[in-house]
Design a protein around this ligand. Structure first.
Ligand code: ADP
Ligand code: 5GP
Length: 205
């Protein structure tokens, strides 16, 4: 796998974490960018696995110390992507995966340019999204309302993404995301083109 980045975005509840976990279980060369957040952990979420859960004060200190590649306030909580682990994972030739909102996607693209590929993940309609958020059972009624309102603002940016997955049947969605992730091994980029060229010349001389 080459040093490439794959961003997953889409409304909260559309299935990003589920599909991300599936990719991690099926592609060994993946590094999942663990975001830092001030949101409280949901049942079953573990620190340093799903997120780094920190206080608002700690988050603000990290901003001041320029530790984030990007950060945003989403649904009244702070979320940020740390730069250092991403750089290390890329140097190790990993495929780095992100679960961030549409603003995060824009910032990552600004920074890493054409090494970035992106997928927008959504449900077939708003009603299904509401049902999924309710079934997940981790948010209050008020938070679900806010997430549904935010969902529409995210949907307006679908055309900024390379791929779209409508996560209706989970098996189809898993197949689609695995196909996309595997295809990234064949992307050309300045680094592998130079190496390949030098190697190719060496072999014929
Ligand atoms: P996100 O990370 O985008 O917020 P999750 O992965 O947490 O979303 O999924 C939200 C809820 O929907 C979870 O309870 C998950 O198990 C469920 N879910 C995900 N995909 C599907 C699907 N295709 N059909 C039914 N339920 C799903
Ligand atoms: P949740 O609270 O459901 O885990 O995440 C809420 C939203 O924040 C989702 O859209 C998720 O993609 C986004 N998010 C998670 N981490 C980051 C991050 O580091 N940066 C940005 N910009 N968004 C994030």
């Amino acid at each position: 796998m080459q040093n490439t980045l794959l961003v997953l975005s889409g409304p909260s509840g559309s299935g990003k974490s589920t599909l991300c976990k599936f990719l991690q279980e099926n592609i060994p060369e993946i590094y999942f960018s663990i975001s830092t957040t001030t949101r409280a952990p949901r049942e079953g979420e573990k620190n340093a696995q799903h997120y780094y859960f920190v206080s608002k004060e700690e988050f603000l200190t990290d901003i001041q110390e320029n530790k984030f590649l990007e950060w945003a306030e989403v649904h009244g909580n702070y979320y940020g992507t740390s730069i250092l682990p991403i750089q290390l994972a890329l140097e190790a030739g990993k495929l780095v995966i992100f679960d961030v909102d549409v603003q995060g996607h824009r910032e990552i693209k600004k920074y890493y340019g054409n090494l970035v590929r992106s997928i927008f993940i959504t449900t077939i309609d708003k009603k299904t999204l509401k049902q999924r958020l309710e079934t997940r059972g981790s948010d209050s009624e008020e938070t679900i309302k806010s997430r549904l309102m935010h969902a529409y603002n995210e949907m307006k940016h679908i055309n900024e993404f390379d791929y779209l997955i409508i996560n209706d049947d989970i098996e189809h969605a898993k197949e689609a995301i695995l196909c996309i992730a595997k295809s990234l091994a064949f992307i050309t980029n300045p680094k592998n083109s130079e190496d390949l060229c030098a190697e190719w010349m060496g072999k014929i001389s």
